[in-house]
Design a protein around this ligand. Structure first.
Ligand code: 0L1
Ligand code: MG
Length: 256
């Protein structure tokens, strides 16, 4: 199968912000392994052009999201340097139909790899945790896809912002951190860290397991977005999105 040709097509749509027809409608028999291979080939095009891999993201980590795609497993994507916002401002230029979701980010000081890691291993490898927001933007028409489509499209990754303040991983019970997301002053979504596979640390364990299938790892210095704490909401020009992470401060995003 022409995985490189599919990767070339997805890269083109990611970089021109043009909607794409689902690849599974046009190519028969694509597997989840093929989809991760396509994702990897797409990322190579960015890194060849000078971008840099700085971390990983977990997706489909809540029951609600898994049900919406009709699956019972999480997925992962690559985070590139060019995706990280330096300020809490999202420009809609270059995006198709973006949505935002609150997440807890982990930053690592030690490598994590293998299929047998425990929460203890994760805490020992973690430098800090930080509130974050992910901007997802599926390249597929109507934000509609199958598992294979979305994995090939780097799990809908577009942009992310990590708040200024870092916290000790021992300071909070992360599954109990409540989150309130408001659009223009009105509450839009609420949730708690437990929405992320029961506890965000479980998302890191799952991330490492999945990476180990292709000999990859979380490397020192990397950031990992553990998954959406609430449903993602669409963003529009002029929106002000505020996200309060209980005890960890607030992110105020402006959209233009
Ligand atoms: O970060 C995410 O959970 C996104 C995973 C892909 C599904 C989606 O685009 O909603
Ligand atoms: Mg996400």
């Amino acid at each position: 199968m022409a995985l490189q040709a599919i990767a070339d097509e997805i890269y083109r749509h990611q970089t021109t912000a043009e909607e794409l027809e689902k690849i599974t409608l046009r190519y028969d028999g694509l597997t989840v392994e093929d989809a991760y291979a396509i994702q990897q080939l797409t990322i190579q095009k960015y890194t060849t052009a000078g971008d840099k891999l700085i971390g990983w993201k977990m997706g489909l980590t809540s029951k609600a999201k898994q049900q919406s795609v009709g699956v019972d497993e999480a997925i992962y994507g690559h985070l590139l340097k060019s995706m990280e916002l330096r300020n809490p401002e999202v420009s809609l230029q270059g995006l198709i139909h973006p949505r935002v979701e609150p997440e807890i980010a982990f930053v690592f000081k030690h490598k994590l790899e293998g299929t047998d890691i425990t929460p203890r291993d994760v805490w020992l490898a973690t430098e800090c945790v930080m509130p974050a927001v992910e901007v997802i933007d599926s390249r597929y028409k109507n934000f509609s896809f199958t598992l294979v489509d979305v994995i090939a499209d780097n799990a809908s990754s577009a942009k992310f912002y990590v708040a200024d303040q870092a916290f000790s991983p021992y300071q909070f019970q992360l599954d109990q951190v409540g989150v309130v997301m408001k659009r223009n002053g009105e509450v839009s979504q609420t949730g708690a860290g437990a929405a992320v596979l029961g506890h965000p640390v479980r998302s890191i364990i799952e991330q490492v397991h999945m990476l180990s299938r292709t000999g990859k790892a979380i490397e020192p210095g990397m950031v990992v977005l553990t998954g959406g704490i609430t449903e993602a909401i669409y963003i529009y020009d002029g929106d002000r999105i505020s996200i309060e992470f209980e005890g960890m401060g607030e992110i105020n995003l402006s959209i233009h």
